[in-house]
Design a protein around this ligand. Sequence first.
Ligand code: PMP
Length: 442
Amino acid sequence: MTHDTTPTQPATTPAPSAAAAPAPPGGPAASATAAGGAGTRLDPWFGSYAARAHGMRASEIRALFAVANRPEVVSLAGGMPFIEGLPLDVIGEAVQRLIATKGTTALQYGSGQGDEELRERILEIVALEGITDAHPDDVVVTTGSQQGLDLVTRIFVDPGDVVLAEAPSYVGALGVFRSYEAQVQHVPLDADGLVPEALERAIVQARSAGQRVKFLYTIPNYHNPAGVTLSLERRQRVLEICKRHGVLIIEDNPYGLLGFDREPLPALRAFDDEGVVYLGSFSKTFAPGYRVGWVIAPHAVREKLVLASESSILSPSNASQMAITTYLATCDWRGQIKAYREMYRERRDAMVGALSEHLPSASWNVPDGGFYVWVRLPDGLDARSMLPRAVTERVAYVPGTAFFYDGQGADHMRLSFCYPTPERIREGVRRLASVVNSEADL
Ligand code: PMP
């Protein structure tokens, strides 16, 4: 299960054991007074944490997800790509050759900005979404787009600053925003993606309340978790509104090439090289295990991102970057993306077909790409309180509350169709429907 699959905040730093720990500043008694909770008695460092660490906590459903990983449970919770669909033997041989021939570079430290050959290759990929004016120097390689999110937030957000994000939004981004003590304001979306009028209202309201709006965080394609795509017409309007109000756009696009029925729409960054920071990733179109993503940013922002990245990781992994460059150079990566699209389309069909058959009392979108179906439960049902029952019935999902900053979303759940086979998906939805239907009867 990837971090995406587990709706948690970033994990807290493990506390040193009480036996080994020296007395914390102010002493254990002082820390106990500061917090006054059970956690203080277990963690002698409680009084020493930065304010931002106090906001980091594991979700109460994390324990359930450990159970959901058992093989008898059909997990419709995870955002894991179906790695078994890759030609692992071919990739394995290429990696072996890479280490044998270029191991002294691959296993060495590298550039903070990332390997130049890979940055050139990344430009070929983003050209598929209309970004044709970028230079390799505009690209920063990151440890997955999750690190890109962290870096962007680190360089822009002070505690209390407003970040605008779709309602719902990606759980891992909300965790980053929370850890930098941002105030997230949700902007509604509908079947065509983010609603531009609501975006403008949110900017104006926040500003008139004296708040600093730092950026709009948006997932324009095959949204996680909502499954929707921002229409071409709305892309223009969102760009125009943000430009007029001086609001930076963070465009998070891990799924853009995974459309089932059509070629990708142009990225927001394709229309604006000054007002958009673009986050890309190899996680969904190739494999997340190498942990490689990228940011394309305006020049000055890019410089700050490189400095921020160097201060946290020195340099992204050379071995991972070179393995991906080798894959792109020697394997049919376009064919692989096509194969993924076909496979995920079949799984999407299995999921929406099973929902229609077994759960007609719910409603959902039919995504035309990506990994997720966003399901609205029949009135009165609460996806979070229903989850333990579902896990007992050997099916797991992510309750909608994980995707909001403010506790909304209990009437929704996110179902992923990326990892289980179509047959398992149908079985999972059958089990889920029996839980929902029996809860609805109570
Ligand atoms: N953004 C979105 C919308 C995602 O769904 C994910 C992963 N599920 C990420 C970013 C992070 O992906 P990675 O770090 O693997 O590139």
